[in-house]
Design a protein around this ligand. Structure first.
Ligand code: SF4
Ligand code: FE2
Length: 632
């Protein structure tokens, strides 16, 4: 692995040069300090789950120690390490979802936490079998639904309620293979138990328990996170935004919201509209207050409010290095612990807000549903009052930004399709049938969900953008979430004009439906929107989604959450392509189980491929094979 600075995004070059001039440390300095990363860890064969260890076994069969002190071999150690990543990822998404549900439980008509999509509240209440879903008083119903949702985390019996959204054929696979997830906390706990020292050693059994825990994330925590956020804050609709560091405005008070949970960010966006704060900002010499987003908090806010996207995961330090951020406000997940020290190099205040992600080094303001708006007011005040402390000589904002379209929830996509149905066909409205039809007709060859993080093991955004450009050129419609969505935004792929980069079929679809060829579907928990969309398409044809020409892709992933996601996507019958090789190669048996054998019982498998161009070639073969099998 090379330690050189790799730059796809042009802003990076300027930012990192400025960081050097300012004497500010970045992830690249720390990456260089790591020197060569541990080969045992990379292969997944280092075990430290008990105090007899750590033990490391040889990643090469027949060379060196083949077993740890307890006798665990590479298969067991790799499987356990991988499974524990799934548990970590599923916990993060699901605990985020639980906080959303708690916020819903705290809603009142007089707000600030209130129900903004009542129709969706009633729809999901009916879907979950609540009597009187269409007649009960809004807040009584919201509290009842919230309590039911809290049960999904810890109920003693039964499986996740949203599983019923899948066609029967897929539900049958889950039943047969015993991977239908039960209560979310139960799955995580069982997996941690199962991978405790001296429990499971059978690598396939560990893989299956891991898969079920991943499924608890996708069809449980993530789906609850998405749907309940929509009820609380509104279901996204298509809207304009802009992206990249150039959205930071040197004339305004800039507040960067970063993390994943929209609860506090919603309050900040609401509070920033208060004319008193705008006046206060003007009194301090600023023209106004500019909220910019990063990572998935940014995605949540851009999907619902058009908040500008400052960048993705890899740009969190670069934002501060502009010298023009008055406050970085973070909630949970994907926040570098390095940020407070970096902020101190400038005038930036760093404010962490969640007990679960209390970050040492600057300020902590505890967010709660009871005090949410007060917390937001306090944060905005701190930012505004910090504006005069800005050092003009340190301000340098790369003049690069890109217009973008965001907000394509499943409902927004159906809404766009309805407009075509209305004018051109006699099909029923309110369904995804027109999308399935163009795939079956071959006008577009298939669909891809491109998701995930950035990872300094590869050139920033290069794999995201390359995969997307090559796929749309080959008439594959793409949906994006997370940092992949922000990479696509910065590259201009989330625009109507991007149709010019498409093959003929996809271009025609974009023109008729008036959509970009790459659709921003939200944050990482919103991969559940993609799951829902694929399952609705499969439902139209009455088939298992595993038969559809669709793939999941994570070109630059890095987090445990991504491991949980990849598992539930495969468990949902969708082949999943990973551009970063997971730490499993130390067990050829486990690797084969993931990349080949699980096809047999799940109808899908993982593909590891570092080269984005080779990956696209493999995907096209995969999609065309699916088409042939369907006879389309
Ligand atoms: Fe070593 Fe076994 Fe303990 Fe792992 S569980 S650290 S392999 S003794
Ligand atoms: Fe994310």
């Amino acid at each position: 692995m090379s330690n050189e600075i790799l730059n796809y995004d042009k802003v990076a070059e300027a930012s990192l040069a400025k960081a050097k001039r300012d004497g500010a440390e970045t992830m690249w300095d720390r990456k260089a300090a790591q020197k060569t990363q541990c080969g045992f860890g990379e292969a997944g064969v280092c075990c430290r789950i008990c105090a007899m260890g750590p033990c490391r076994v040889s990643p090469v069969p027949g060379k060196g120690a083949e077993r740890g002190i307890c006798g665990a071999n590479a298969d067991t150690i790799v499987a356990r390490n991988f499974a524990r990543m799934i548990a970590g990822g599923a916990s993060a998404h699901s605990d985020h979802a639980r906080d959303i549900v708690h916020a819903m439980h705290a809603t009142k008509a007089e707000g600030p936490f209130k129900i903004r999509d009542e129709a969706k509240l009633r729809r999901i209440s009916a879907e979950w079998g609540i009597e009187g879903a269409d007649t009960k008083e809004t807040y009584a119903l919201a509290h009842e639904l919230a309590e039911m949702a809290l049960g999904e985390f810890g109920k003693p019996f039964g499986t996740q309620r949203f599983l019923k959204r899948a066609p029967q054929a897929r539900q049958d696979v889950w039943e047969r293979e015993d991977i239908a997830p039960r209560a979310i906390d139960m799955e995580v706990t069982t997996l941690m138990h199962s991978t405790h020292m001296g429990c499971a050693s059978d690598y396939e059994s560990i893989f299956r328990r891991g898969m079920r825990t991943g499924m608890a994330d996708g069809w449980g925590g993530s789906m609850i996170g998405t749907e309940f956020s929509d009820i609380l804050y509104g279901t996204p609709t298509a809207k304009a935004s802009s992206s990249n560091l150039g959205v930071i405005d040197k004339d305004q008070v800039n507040i960067l919201i970063h993390g994943h949970d929209p609860n506090l960010a919603e309050m900040i966006v609401l509070a920033a509209e208060n004319p008193e704060f705008i006046e206060m900002a003007k009194a301090k010499g600023a023209k106004g207050i500019n909220i910019v987003g990063m990572c998935c908090t940014g995605n949540e806010m851009t999907m619902r409010h058009g908040i500008k996207i400052a960048g993705n995961f890899y740009q969190q330090e670069m934002c501060i290095i502009t010298g023009a951020i008055e406050a970085v406000v973070v909630d949970v997940q994907c926040i570098f612990p390095a940020l407070p020290a970096l902020a101190k190099k400038y005038h930036t205040r760093f404010i962490s807000t969640s007990e679960k992600a209390k970050i040492a080094g600057d300020m902590f303001i505890k967010f709660s549903e009871a005090t949410g708006l007060d917390n937001a007011n306090e944060i905005i005040k701190i930012a505004v009052e910090n504006f005069p402390n800005r050092d003009a000589s340190k301000v340098e904002i790369p003049d690069i930004k890109q217009d973008t379209l965001v907000g394509y929830s499943v409902e927004a996509i159906i809404d766009h399709l309805d407009k075509v149905v209305n004018t051109n066909t006699s099909d029923a409205m309110g369904t995804v049938k027109p999308l399935t039809d163009v795939i079956y007709a071959g006008v577009i060859r298939g669909a891809a969900g491109v998701v995930g993080c950035n990872n300094p093991k590869v050139e920033h955004d290069y794999a995201h953008v390359t995969v997307l450009k090559e796929l749309i050129k080959r008439d594959v419609i793409c949906v994006v979430t997370g940092c992949a969505a922000q990479a696509a935004a910065k590259a201009g792929l989330l625009t109507l004009e991007a149709k010019e980069m498409c093959g003929r079929g996809l271009k025609e679809v974009c023109e008729r439906v008036n959509i970009p060829p790459v659709l921003h579907m939200g944050s990482c928990v919103d991969i559940s929107r993609i799951l829902h969309l694929v399952n609705l398409c499969a439902d139209v044809k009455g088939i298992d989604p595993a038969l559809l020409p669709v793939v999941g892709i994570a070109p630059e992933w890095m987090s445990e959450k991504a491991v949980a996601i990849a598992n539930y996507v495969v468990g949902s019958g969708i082949n999943t392509y990973l551009g970063i090789i997971p730490q499993v190669l130390g067990s050829p048996n486990f690797t084969k189980l993931m990349t080949e054998d699980c096809q047999e019982f799940l109808g899908a498998h993982f593909v590891f491929e570092k080269d984005p161009l080779v990956m696209v070639d493999k995907i096209m073969v995969d999609l065309e094979d699916k088409r042939t099998a369907l006879g389309i």
